[in-house]
Design a protein. Structure first.
Length: 581
């Protein structure tokens, strides 16, 4: 969304001043870093190209078309959505696809549309596509009981009731939906009964267990109070900016043993002033104390980093931690929250796409972050784009997390090319201009992208992508990158009830003298849901020396000499003497 700049201090950092004056020089310097750097896991990205992503949406029979309920992007609600996600709703081992949609809504959408078109768009719903396991999908929305109109924003998936199957929470402009999985291929909508319908303007959300009682809780990011205004103050290209609206209070819901939730927002101390304008929400243990914290990317104001104090309360540490603003000290128009250890130091970093430059908060340890988006090479590409969804994933299986950012204008139907960056293993990212197979064929240019989810939909061991696009079809991007002898390992964690998803668990693998770390989290990117299976690229290593799982209750499981190029399932068993059998 349109930026509100608030520069802190009299001068900009040297790296940003250089970036603004001579971006080409930064690119040259970056190339020198690549040539001179070292790296124990893999060499710099190769040509050929390093990554091939092929748009297979039509061939896969995904015929969904998202709608704003309008012909033009005329307000901030229409501009904000939408997300998408991967979910194995029927438990057959194949990732299915969920796609969020808007609809025609009185008081929001264009009243001048003819009655027939309004009636059609008013019935638009989200869609669920079942993975047939042969590269194609079938629309099972009606059969699954999900044909429910609502002005959708995002989604997050978790087994909130601990019965062994994934449930789906949908954030809307208006009352939210909680679809409880009935275990027979159908869902029941129970948001109001569970106490989490929260009829505001909800956007990002995340399931996590903040108090470590074994039950999943829900952090809900609310955006702003939308009011049509003919005066059009703070207007950019016909769409009023977030600066024209008051933010809405986020909510924290504590999970109860009976499948309901209790609003503990005040009790938990998250009523921060000024009230935020939440876009993305992510949970992570950024300080390594075993407790899940929350990062909230706010629009046109400072971000929140809610440190979990371990007593049921949180404290906003964003300013002190260096994660409230971007490197220039400005309040970024932040969108996604994507968590991952991109530099292999064992600490979780945060990628936040925004409307200018993006932020890459590098975790320094000791509860501190530093924005390295400029120095990492991301900003020189992203400065001309509006970034929304962001993914950290190892697309080329070399052992390093790469970056994909979904882009699109915030104010009109104008495409911005999505961006793919390859991690060189030395702290820099190389922008791939035109990978063979492309980020999709030429029709991709007409898409205005928002959310993006990662997942291995064809179970071949590499990371594919699903991109949500406004007023258009999605893009299912199959990863066709040549393997070049590189290996992989995927891990499905099954925790003890009620946290059957093992959300919060850490997975560490040791291979080739290096340790790679992932954390089992819900959600991801912008308004989207990643494949819940944890994926590692392993480079040339065909065996994992050591694999360790630290479960949410801090019990541990260790395996040695694990074979690669396969999906393994690890189940948490009974605890004896602090160790898991």
């Amino acid at each position: 969304m349109p930026r509100g700049r608030h520069i802190m201090g009299d001068s900009l950092p040297w790296s940003l001043r250089l970036h603004r004056i001579r971006p080409g020089l930064i690119a040259v310097c970056g190339a020198l870093v690549v040539m001179l750097g070292g790296g124990s896991f893999a060499s710099a990205p190769q040509a050929d190209p390093p990554v091939m992503l092929t748009d297979v949406t039509i061939a896969a029979r995904v015929d969904f078309v998202e709608t704003l309920g309008d012909r033009e992007m005329s307000n901030i609600v229409e501009a904000t959505g939408v997300g998408c996600g991967f979910v194995d709703y029927d438990g057959d081992g194949w990732m299915d696809i969920y796609l969020v949609s808007g609809c025609w809504l009185k008081g929001l959408s264009d009243p001048q549309l003819d009655s027939q078109e309004r009636a059609k768009l008013a019935l638009a719903t989200d869609r669920l596509y079942r993975n047939r396991g042969d590269g194609t999908f079938e629309d099972v929305t009606v059969r699954a009981g999900l044909a429910r109109p609502g002005y959708g924003m995002g989604m997050v998936v978790a087994d909130y009731d601990g019965d062994g199957d994934p449930d789906i929470y949908i954030t809307n402009y208006g009352p939210n939906f909680l679809y409880r999985n009935n275990g027979d291929g159908t869902f029941s909508e129970v948001a109001k009964a569970a106490g989490v319908d929260d009829p505001q303007f909800s956007v990002g959300a995340v399931f996590f267990d903040y108090d470590r009682d074994g039950r999943l809780d829900l952090y809900l990011g609310n955006y702003l109070t939308y009011e049509p205004d003919p005066k059009r103050q703070h207007t950019v290209e016909g769409v009023r900016s977030p600066l024209a609206y008051k933010g809405q209070q986020d909510r924290l819901f504590r999970g109860n043993a009976d499948g309901t939730f209790t609003d503990v927002t005040h009790k938990a101390g998250i009523e921060i002033q000024p009230v935020g304008r939440a876009m993305g929400v992510g949970a992570l243990d950024y300080d390594g104390d075993g407790l899940l914290d929350v990062f909230v990317s706010n629009d046109a104001m400072e971000n929140f980093l809610l440190h979990n104090k371990g007593d049921g309360t949180f404290e906003n540490e964003a300013l002190l931690a260096g994660a409230a603003f971007g490197e220039a000290g400005d309040a970024t128009a932040a969108m996604a929250v994507e968590v991952g250890d991109y530099d292999g130091d064992g600490r979780f970093d945060i990628l936040v796409p925004d409307m200018n430059r993006c932020c890459l908060y590098h975790n320094l340890g000791g509860g501190m972050f530093e924005d390295l988006a400029v120095r990492s090479g991301i900003s020189v590409t992203m400065i001309h784009s509006h970034g929304w969804g962001g993914v950290l994933a190892d697309f080329d299986l070399d052992g390093h997390l790469d970056i994909y950012i979904a882009n699109g204008s915030a104010c009109r139907f104008e495409a911005h090319n999505d961006a793919l960056f390859i991690n060189d293993g030395r702290g820099r990212f190389i922008h791939i201009d035109s990978p063979s197979g492309s980020l999709a064929p030429s029709p991709r240019a007409r898409f205005v992208s928002r959310g993006v989810a990662q997942g291995d939909f064809d179970n071949d061991g590499d990371v594919d992508l699903l991109v949500a696009n406004l007023n258009d079809r999605p893009a299912l991007l199959r990863n066709d990158t040549p393997r070049r002898g590189r290996h992989w390992l995927s891990i499905k964690l099954v925790g003890r009830s009620p946290n059957r998803d093992a959300i919060g668990a850490l997975v560490k693998i040791s291979v080739g003298g290096q340790t790679l770390v992932r954390q089992r989290l819900s959600g991801g990117s912008y308004l989207s849901q990643h494949d819940p299976r944890i994926h590692f690229g392993l480079g040339k290593h065909d065996e994992v020396d050591r694999l360790e799982v630290i479960w949410p209750d801090r019990s541990r499981l260790t395996r040695k000499n694990v074979q690669t190029d396969r999906l393994i399932t690890i189940r948490q068993q009974a605890v004896h003497g602090g160790k898991t059998r």
